[in-house]
Ligand binder design. Structure first.
Ligand SMILES: O=C(O)C(=O)C[C@H](O)C(=O)CO
Ligand SMILES: [Zn+2]
Length: 274
């Protein structure tokens, strides 16, 4: 049985009163990517599930997750898996996909069981789905690239979009990752919100000593959470989501909610941030 933790949805009024420990308890995820284990976090934000699988000499099979209330985990869901480790394989319904470093496997509704094989460090995202789109391996060259920011503002980066309507159809999941040029450290500032979609971040490619200060909260009530390598953030739909690192890093962003329009954002004017 997978190790599954549940996170309930928190409203912005309650979040205002949280101290560091409470913020971390509700919005921060650690303990991911432990060799030989499958860990899942079942959230009540659009029922997005996130987690990790790190197979060793033994494969890890994902089939039933009690929290979904269905025999197979993907009976009514879709899944995106990003490999942040060495190339490995994922087998879905008897078809084996070679998933290289930085590649994403989209797994359509109704598929499974899913077998994760070494080597590979697999970051897992899943949301409810109303339609079955085909399972598809997405290579980096097939993804959509958006270059933005500049060295002068310490935010020169490329957003690489994998689960995006122009690349791979999905019901709810939008997913990709953002990589920084050396010396650039700021993501998603000026900040935005999108009440239509929640968002989850996984920060990775950080050295042991490196940290990212992740900013969250309503624009006039911001808070921060200090993040180390391969730790994640659950970002509620009412919250900004932004970060500044002590050096360059990569982060995987993923969203679920009412639309799959990456550009549907409500920008937050700088002068309103507190
Ligand atoms: O660096 C950025 O800016 C991002 O990657 C933005 C996130 O992808 C995002 O918040 C999308 O809604
Ligand atoms: Zn966003």
């Amino acid at each position: 049985m997978p190790n599954v933790e549940t996170r309930h949805a928190i409203d912005p009024v309650s979040a205002k009163s949280f101290d560091t420990q409470s913020l971390r308890q509700h919005f921060h995820v650690d303990g991911l990517f432990v060799p030989g284990t499958l860990k899942l976090v079942y959230t009540h934000y659009d029922r997005m599930m996130l987690g990790s699988a790190v197979p060793t000499d033994k494969d890890i099979v994902l089939e039933h997750v009690a929290e979904t209330g269905t025999p197979g985990v993907l009976d009514r869901r879709e899944m995106g898996v990003l490999n942040i480790g060495e190339a490995g394989t994922i087998t879905v319904d008897g078809t084996t996909y070679e998933v290289g470093a930085g590649e994403v496997l989209y797994i359509g509704r109704g598929a499974g069981p899913i077998t994760f094989s070494a080597p590979g460090r697999y970051y897992i995202l899943s949301a409810p789905a109303h339609h079955t789109y085909p399972t598809k391996l997405i290579k980096i060259a097939d993804a959509r690239r958006v270059e933005l920011g500049s060295a002068e503002t310490a935010n020169e980066r490329v957003i690489i979009q994998f689960l995006h309507p122009e690349v791979c159809e999905s019901c709810q999941l939008l997913m990709g990752y953002t990589q920084f040029a050396p010396g650039s450290v700021w993501n998603t500032m000026p900040a935005h919100r999108h009440d239509r979609r929640m968002e989850a971040y996984l920060y990775f490619d950080l050295s042991e000593e490196q940290r990212v200060f992740h900013f969250m909260g309503e624009p006039d009530e911001t808070r921060h959470i200090v993040i180390a390598n391969e730790e994640a953030i659950i970002s509620p739909p009412w919250s900004i989501h932004s970060g500044a690192g002590t050096g360059a890093y990569t982060f995987c962003w993923a969203m679920a909610g009412d639309n799959v329009d990456f550009t549907d954002m409500d920008m937050v004017p700088m002068e309103t941030l507190r």
